[in-house]
Every structure is written in structure tokens, then in C-alpha cells.
Design a protein around this ligand. Structure first.
Ligand SMILES: [Zn+2]
Length: 124
């Protein structure tokens, strides 16, 4: 009898540990996907931004002034215009492309049923 109770306690403890681990993983997933979503921080560099005017309509995310300039330069560069700075290289363009793709993938995942279920089941 004592062995049965001991086994039940052990299973209960194992379940609590597994639930705690699942909750921490869900929190990590949520944290990683909330990066770039704060309207008062530049989505690209993370600096605090204070808009005195509404952000430009073609800004897909809240950018600080410098990142907005770089984003617009990237858009022009992508259309085939001449690089505006020495660092506007293929690697720079690929970094912007990859960052934008990363942000779009995060948005898609955040609106997926699996993500909503993860948040409902593992976050309080
Ligand atoms: Zn910035």
C-alpha cells in the first residue's frame, strides 16, 4: 500500500515538473515573439522611440528615425537604385530581407491556432 501511495506522489511530482517546464517553454516562445511588438520601441534596433507625428504609412513596424531611413534606403536599394552608403551591400540587403521575413513568420505563428492554444494552456 505504501508503495502505491509513493508511486502516486512520484507521478504527481513528475506531472508538476512537466507542467512547469511546459509553462516556461510557452513563456519563452511568447517572449521571443513579442520582440519588436512594443509600439514605444524601435522594432529593428530596440531603442525607445517617441513619435511626434504618426509613423510613415509604409513602415511595417515602429522604427526609430535612423532605422526608418535605413528601411527606406533598403526599399530603394531593392528596387535597383544605387547604394546610398558603403555598407549597403548584398549582405546588408540580405540582413534586412531575413529580418523582415523573421518578423512576418512571427506574425503568422502568433495568429496560428497552435500558438493560441499554447498560450491558453500554458500561460496564466
Ligand atoms: Zn531603430
Amino acid at each position: 500500500m505504501a508503495e502505491v501511495i509513493d508511486l502516486k506522489r512520484r507521478k504527481s511530482k513528475d506531472r508538476r515538473i512537466a507542467e512547469g517546464r511546459a509553462r516556461r517553454r510557452a513563456q519563452a516562445v511568447a517572449s521571443s515573439l513579442s520582440c519588436g511588438m512594443c509600439p514605444r520601441r524601435c522594432a529593428h534596433c530596440g531603442l525607445a522611440v517617441e513619435y511626434t507625428a504618426p509613423p510613415p504609412v509604409d513602415a511595417p513596424y515602429p522604427f526609430c528615425e535612423v532605422c526608418q531611413e535605413e528601411y527606406e534606403a533598403f526599399r530603394r536599394w531593392e528596387k535597383g537604385e544605387e547604394p546610398e552608403a558603403f555598407w549597403h551591400t548584398d549582405e546588408w540587403g540580405e540582413a534586412w530581407r531575413a529580418w523582415l521575413a523573421h518578423m512576418r513568420a512571427g506574425e503568422a505563428f502568433r495568429s496560428s491556432p497552435a500558438f493560441l492554444r499554447l498560450m491558453e494552456e500554458h500561460l496564466e
